[in-house]
Design a protein around this ligand. Structure first.
Ligand code: KMH
Ligand code: ZN
Length: 275
């Protein structure tokens, strides 16, 4: 059944430097402004990475807690904290992100080469994240960087049970150098593999860099949802840097409207995700 479109904004990430991408929201004020404007445009989830006073990625728990509470005060967005952090973050700090009690948190389903780095996600670490989220009533978004990560998800759910709320939602992060490519053929293959997951499993997709638009169109046409934002995309079109996250959300909303799958509001998104 085709529904409206869940739009997630991933405004910051851990990879781009503020010096190179001045429009990147890195302070709490910049994040809140981005969040309120993106919600008004049609986003319903915010995937959050935060920065320190020098704009470097951080998993500082005090800052994470303050960010969750400020976002809840200023918006009705579903607050999804990243447990992926930066490739250099230790597992203990990534697990401790859950202590900030977000609505949702990411849970990456396997290790992947990440450009010249490695994004390490050991099986035991994944199990820890999944079971702690179950215990604390945090809804996971399973991040899928490669097709085998879906096999790992099937194994996880078979052995440890469904996530809190019972609904399974995954996000295909496509086009990372070292992960699955951001192409229509790959997205269709990934979507077909969802047959092995519980009925009703939903997916979002995001294409990094120049795969942004092909992935967005492929996701809309296969019943998927969208994640957009400067975590994944800093070039709007050839030779044109992204001006703001709002520009990317507005484009996604336009595509969703054209596909006759308008954005879900935050209430509808919460119903879909069991949040
Ligand atoms: N920054 C990447 C190493 C997530 O947020 O869970 C990992 C990432 C995935 O962004
Ligand atoms: Zn992230």
């Amino acid at each position: 059944m085709t529904t409206g479109t869940l739009i997630t904004v991933a405004p910051t990430g851990a990879e781009s430097a503020k010096t190179e991408v001045p429009a990147l929201p890195v302070t709490l004020d910049e994040l809140l402004l981005t969040a309120t404007e993106c919600e008004a445009l049609g986003a319903s989830i915010i995937h959050v990475h935060i920065r320190d006073d020098e704009a470097r990625p951080t998993l500082d728990l005090g800052r994470l807690r303050a960010t969750v509470s400020a976002l809840r005060e200023s918006t009705d967005l579903i607050v999804q904290l990243s447990t992926g952090g930066a490739v250099t973050d230790p597992e203990a700090d990534r697990l401790a992100v859950l202590d900030a009690a977000p609505d949702m948190a990411s849970c990456t389903m396997g290790t992947v080469n990440f450009g010249d780095d490695v994004f390490l996600n050991r099986w035991e670490f994944i199990v820890d994240l999944h079971t702690r989220m179950q215990e604390r009533g945090i809804v996971p978004e399973y991040e899928i960087f490669d097709l085998g990560h879906l096999t790992a998800l099937r194994r996880l759910l078979d052995r440890y049970g469904l996530p809190h709320g019972g609904h399974v939602h995954v996000d295909f992060v496509m086009g990372v150098p070292g992960g699955m490519p951001g192409t229509t053929a790959t997205l269709v293959a990934a979507q077909q593999m969802l047959r092995d997951l519980p009925e009703g499993t939903t997916f979002s997709a995001t294409g990094v860099g120049r795969s942004t638009i092909p992935v967005m169109l492929a996701s809309l046409s296969t019943g998927g949802h969208l994640r957009v934002g400067m975590e994944d995309t800093v070039t709007y079109a050839k030779g044109r840097p992204v001006e703001s996250n709002m520009q990317l959300v507005a484009r996604a909303v336009g595509f969703a409207q054209l596909a006759q799958r308008p954005p879900l509001n935050t209430t509808q998104a919460r119903e879909l995700l069991g949040r």
